[in-house]
Design a protein around this ligand. Structure first.
Ligand code: HEM
Length: 469
């Protein structure tokens, strides 16, 4: 018999995990939540590595330590399932990477991984610069705008044009941006509620079905607008694997559409919220903002296509993105225990619900002095958001680590720099407090800002066409 570690059977002998502080009689940990889920997760981050939260009969095991997170997400994966993730996403994405498991999941990852290789991403870097610059020309100037919605438009456009090498019209991009937030709220609800919740014909459920239906039509139309590239974009790889005429039936045509939806959903919101938070933080940190402006100027205001090595020219912007991903990550990664297992010397019973607390791990003062402060310079000059390190897991780890991380790590700094080369963003109402709210990702409650052309920067220039990709 093999254990979850793949070696000899492990006999669970661990202790029961301690109860998190803030338990209050029959109310359990509800009082801990009175200030909201995110402050509670942050508080747990500086406490025990593993702690139990109790809400009536429901117990959640919260992992707030980088090493234990590694055990759950990577080292002992056979002991953990992704029931909650699957229940959250399946009604929207169908059978894609977010919801597949085992052999099928591995096969889809094998098919899609080449789209994220260093060479593929280098090839599309000039195109990323072009799409971001074109968006900059459409950005509404001098009027208050919802930054989160604007960044959703930009990230959806980047995903479709650069990763799929296809096209969608601006009206559809706006529709995607408008519907992403309600869709994501539904995903979170399904992750947190018992199984019967989503089946009820609530207005939210009906709206979700309508949105999902249109999303399928949008994804289904993408192959018709596919532009031939190097053959290693997501759409080419999927089509090639679902083409019996060319001798390949690794996946079905239905799976192609499911994966396109998966990538649209997984990519757009997480990247957009990273950008939105970056604008929020830069507006409050003039030194970091100036450095990002300088890097944007040097790269974008010279009338040349973006070099394939663009990131090498954006060290501060990259560190600003890393810091945003630290402060505003996917708040929790849920898992369920398939069979009893020990982690960090504690026993997790079969059936237990586990939340890997990325939000709390990223705000642990033991790892990050002044953990709630935005400080890009806490990272070394050559820092890379993709490198694995203690207490920093914005893209998770293990078999389900974010496949899009290298793409996100490229488009986020480039998009920031492209806009920073032209504009400055300021809160429309400086007295309005912006709050972080939990969702599938950490979102701002409402982020309304005004973009103005930067003094001294000339009229926006159309960049030269990209080099052959
Ligand atoms: C800053 C942006 C992003 C963040 C913070 C982020 C974060 C994450 C996290 C934490 C997971 C792991 C969930 C788990 O372990 O259960 C994940 C999975 C995933 N992400 Fe991302 N992501 C981002 C951007 C993207 C992009 C750009 C794409 C697509 C190009 C993408 C596609 C995916 C997919 C398909 C999965 C599922 C992987 C699997 O289960 O094999 N993500 N992401």
């Amino acid at each position: 018999m093999t254990s979850e570690t793949g070696g000899k059977a492990e006999i669970p002998t661990g202790l029961d995990a301690p109860r998190a502080p803030g338990h209050w009689g029959p109310l359990g940990h509800l009082p801990l939540m009175r200030r909201g889920l995110l402050p509670a997760l942050a508080e747990l981050g500086s406490g025990a590595p593993l702690a139990k939260l109790q809400f009536g009969p429901v117990t959640k095991y919260v992992v707030s330590d980088g090493e234990l997170a590694q055990e759950v997400l990577a080292d002992k994966t056979r002991a953990f399932g992704r029931k909650r993730v699957i229940r959250g996403f399946r009604p929207v994405t169908g059978e894609g990477l977010l919801t597949l498991e085992g052999g099928e999941h591995r096969e889809h990852r094998r098919i899609l991984t080449p789209a994220f290789s260093r060479a593929s991403l280098a090839r599309i870097t000039p195109l990323i610069g072009e799409v971001a610059s074109q968006y900059a020309e459409r950005l509404p100037l001098g009027t208050a705008m919802d930054v989160d919605r604007e960044m959703l438009r930009l990230s959806a456009d980047l995903t479709v044009r650069c990763l799929f090498r296809s096209e969608i019209d601006q009206e559809t991009v706006s529709w995607l941006a408008a519907k992403a937030a309600p869709l994501s709220r539904g995903v979170l609800l399904r992750m947190l509620t018992p199984g019967w919740g989503p089946a009820l014909p609530t207005p939210e459920c009906i709206a979700r079905r309508q949105v999902t239906h249109r999303l399928r039509q949008v994804a289904g139309a993408l192959p018709a607008h596919h532009r031939l590239g190097g053959g290693d974009d997501v759409l080419s790889l999927l089509e090639l694997s679902a083409c019996p005429a060319r001798g390949s039936s690794r996946i079905t045509q239905a799976a192609v559409v499911d994966e396109l939806i998966t990538f649209l959903v997984a990519s757009s919101e997480a990247t957009a919220m990273t950008l939105a938070w970056a604008w929020h933080e830069l507006a409050r940190n003039p030194k970091a903002e100036q450095a990002v402006h300088n890097e944007g100027d040097a790269l974008f205001n010279r009338g040349q296509p973006l070099p394939r090595t663009a990131l090498e020219h954006l060290p501060v912007t990259t560190r600003a993105v890393m810091e945003v991903l630290r402060l505003y990550p996917v708040p929790v990664v849920p898992r369920n225990v398939l069979h009893e297992v020990n982690i960090g010397g504690f026993r997790l019973p079969r059936g237990a619900e586990v939340l890997v607390n990325l939000y709390g791990i990223h705000r642990d003062p033991a790892h990050y002095p002044h953990p709630h402060t935005f400080d890009p310079h806490r990272w070394p000059a050559d820092a890379n958001p993709l490198a694995l390190r203690d207490a920093y897991l914005p893209f998770s780890t293990g078999a389900h680590r974010c496949i899009g991380a290298p793409f996100a790590g490229l488009i986020a700094p480039i998009a920031l720099a492209a806009l920073a080369a032209r504009f400055q963003l300021r809160p429309a109402d400086p007295h309005r407090r912006v709050r972080a709210v939990p969702g599938v990702v950490t979102r701002p409650n409402r982020l309304v800002m005004t973009a103005t052309a930067r003094p001294g920067v000339g009229a926006p220039r159309q960049p030269a066409p990209p080099t052959q990709t």
